[in-house]
Design a protein around this ligand. Structure first.
Ligand SMILES: [Zn+2]
Length: 200
């Protein structure tokens, strides 16, 4: 089985830009491509999992989302690495044409895209990691057993304040289990713990 790093896109690997739709708007968060290259070298699959409700809203097409991904792929190639895959939810409950879209299982915090990635790439969640700048990026990975990190870029600083001290609405948020932050990601890569906490 493979170990993967699940990466949110906007605010986590590239600068948050409102409904980014074109490669010309892409700015790496400093240090990210180097960190990704190191992770890839160490055998991690690099998997982007992104909500792109701009598609449902009619701001841009899935094809444009794909173009941004291809651009990121070319950029990362210049650091000697590549993304394994990108999984994208184009839906939004308030801009849905069908019930299936409205209640889709792919929009984070739903786990659909993570489960699809696991199936496609034979991923062991318990030896994998997730990075996001929103708590909703991390809820599925946490419940699946991934070590999950709230980065301090994008919406991270605001989201950090929402973490309940204990007995929060999501049990895994308690400090006893996986929810930790890497304030300086990606300068310091998180250590791989010898014992992975069991998520109840
Ligand atoms: Zn969806």
């Amino acid at each position: 089985m493979n170990k993967a790093v699940f990466l949110d896109r906007d605010g986590t690997i590239i600068e948050e830009a409102n409904y980014l739709s074109s490669p010309s708007q892409v700015r790496w968060i400093p240090g990210v491509p180097q960190a990704l290259a190191k992770l890839a070298q160490d055998g991690w699959l690099l998997i982007i999992v992104t909500n792109q409700s701009g598609v449902a809203r009619g701001y841009f097409s899935l094809n444009e989302v794909q173009k941004v991904y291809q651009y990121l792929q070319r950029e990362l190639a210049s650091y000697g690495a590549q993304f394994t895959a990108q999984y994208c939810c184009p839906h939004h409950p308030q801009y849905s044409r069908t019930e299936a879209e409205r209640y889709c299982l792919c929009r984070k915090p739903q786990p659909g895209l993570f489960l699809q990635a696991q199936k496609d790439w034979n991923i062991d969640f318990k030896s994998s990691m997730a990075f996001g700048d929103k708590l909703t990026d991390l809820m599925a990975p946490l419940s699946l057993g991934c070590r999950s990190f709230l980065v301090q870029t994008g919406y991270g600083p605001q989201e950090w304040k929402k973490i309940p001290q204990k007995n929060g609405p999501v049990p895994n948020w308690t400090s006893q289990f996986g929810f930790r932050a890497v304030p300086l990601f990606p300068g310091d890569l998180p250590p791989v713990p010898q014992v992975i906490p069991t998520i109840p």
